[in-house]
Ligand binder design. Structure first.
Ligand code: SF4
Length: 424
């Protein structure tokens, strides 16, 4: 790393999506420090609001802050060519086009982790996604491979809503409650964590007879869990858990929410938990939380015959009002297989929706939310970061490596292997 560094990242106006931008995704909130730097160089006063994640932003040499989009492209191409097969670049569907164009593979978190595991010849896996994805790639890849997250500040706000201390506190409370229940042929509670969680939570599931799920195989995973336990503790996404449980026929009164911010999860009496079959963590995705039934009703009014497809991280009323729901890969497949001339209102991240619209010009495809709101954490992977980490690799230096310790990786691998056996 050069000595001349500054925190956070950069953005150019040319890659800002068109249309009104939601507050959470305004460039200067996501990329605050580098925006400050650019403004200082331009001589402007720039009182930037601090985004909560900014404190986690890593260092980037300041020369990258001021490179044009064209220069960044040129340097990425040169570095990538120099590295050849030693590097594989992975791009999550929610990444901006300026990143996706460099990806050797694009997919959801699970598909990309599988792709990484299938490329043992690559020394470096540059994961253009968010932190938990890079951790999973590190767990599933070969010991000699190094996984790099271009901007370590690219986290996931949903994954951050569950940490190991809170989950263990909940687990201990449930254990104390269910200990005297009797009938011990099955475990009292099976922990299930969504792929969107930190490695130590996956390890927690591995240690405690639990499993990881994705949005593609959540139903299959819940069936697996109910074959082994009387209940499921599902974290961190309340909505995926509820949507999946209801689809499996579990009545709403047997589904309860554990609010980790309140004493005893905010649950007033033991009977509620004793009667529960699914205990949902109170976490959510800020991107998918934006979709509403009103947006669906408006789309149906404005586009007669429109079909609606949404992600199961949306609230249940939204999923119930849609024609289809499914993981990112399911959404892509449904639209790919739709007839020419069909019209689709889509409830998922804007970069993916815009890409689908561009790749299927014979169909009308639009985002249900009229306000452009990219996943603000994915958005932190800017081409400046990609150029930087690739050029460092060419120079023989590894920056921004994501590495999971052996003990955590061992247990997390067990939970991931159980997931792999439940393809959905
Ligand atoms: S879209 Fe939601 S769940 Fe996915 S990375 Fe962004 S904040 Fe996390």
């Amino acid at each position: 790393m050069t000595s001349d560094t500054l925190t956070s990242d950069t953005q150019t106006a040319s890659v800002q999506p068109a249309g009104p931008i939601c507050d959470e995704s305004r460039e200067e909130r996501i990329l605050p420090v580098l925006a400050d730097w650019r403004a200082q160089v331009a001589g402007a006063v720039h009182p930037t609001p601090r985004h909560a994640g900014a404190e986690r932003a890593d260092q980037i040499p300041r020369e990258y802050a001021l490179l044009s989009a064209e220069e960044l492209d040129r340097r990425i191409a040169t570095a990538r060519a120099a590295l050849g097969d030693r590097v594989v670049i992975l791009g999550h569907h929610y990444q901006r086009d300026e990143i996706i164009r460099w990806a050797d593979a694009r997919g959801d978190s699970f598909k990309l982790a599988q792709f990484a595991a299938a490329r043992p010849e690559a020394d470096y896996i540059v994961f253009c996604g968010v932190h938990f994805m890079a951790e999973s790639a590190d767990i599933l890849s070969q010991p000699n491979q190094r996984v790099i997250l271009p901007n370590p500040a690219a986290g996931c706000s949903m994954a951050d809503m569950a940490n190991i201390a809170e989950v263990e506190e909940c687990w201990d409370a449930l254990d104390a409650l269910y200990r005297d229940e009797g009938n011990s042929d099955r475990q009292a509670v099976i922990p299930v964590t969504y792929m969107n969680s930190a490695a130590d939570l996956k390890a927690f599931c591995g240690r405690n007879g639990g499993i990881v799920c994705t949005s593609s195989n959540a139903a299959s995973v819940l069936r697996w869990a109910f074959a082994r336990g009387r209940r499921v503790l599902f974290f961190p996404d309340e909505h995926l858990g509820r949507n999946t449980a209801l689809a499996l026929g579990i009545p709403p009164e047997e589904i309860v929410v554990w609010d980790q911010r309140r004493d005893f999860g905010g649950i007033e009496d033991d009977a509620t938990l004793l009667g529960a079959r699914v205990i949902l963590w109170k976490g959510w995705c800020s991107t998918h939380q934006r979709f509403t039934v009103e947006q669906i009703e408006r789309a149906r009014r404005e586009y007669p015959g429109v079909k609606i497809v949404v992600h199961p991280e949306c609230r249940h009323d939204v999923v119930a009002a849609a024609d289809y729901n499914g993981s990112t890969e399911v959404i892509i497949k449904v639209i790919e297989e739709a007839p020419a001339g069909s019209v689709w209102g889509v409830g998922t991240e804007i970069n993916l929706v815009k890409r689908l619209a561009r790749e299927h010009p014979d169909k009308t495809i639009f985002c249900l939310d009229p306000v452009v709101c990219p996943c603000s954490t994915m958005y932190r992977v800017h081409p400046a970061y990609l150029a930087w980490v690739l050029e460092e690799l060419v120079a023989g230096r590894v920056v921004n490596q994501v590495s999971v310790d052996d003990e955590t990786a061992r247990w997390a691998h067990i939970a991931l292997d159980r997931m792999l056996a439940n393809k959905g």
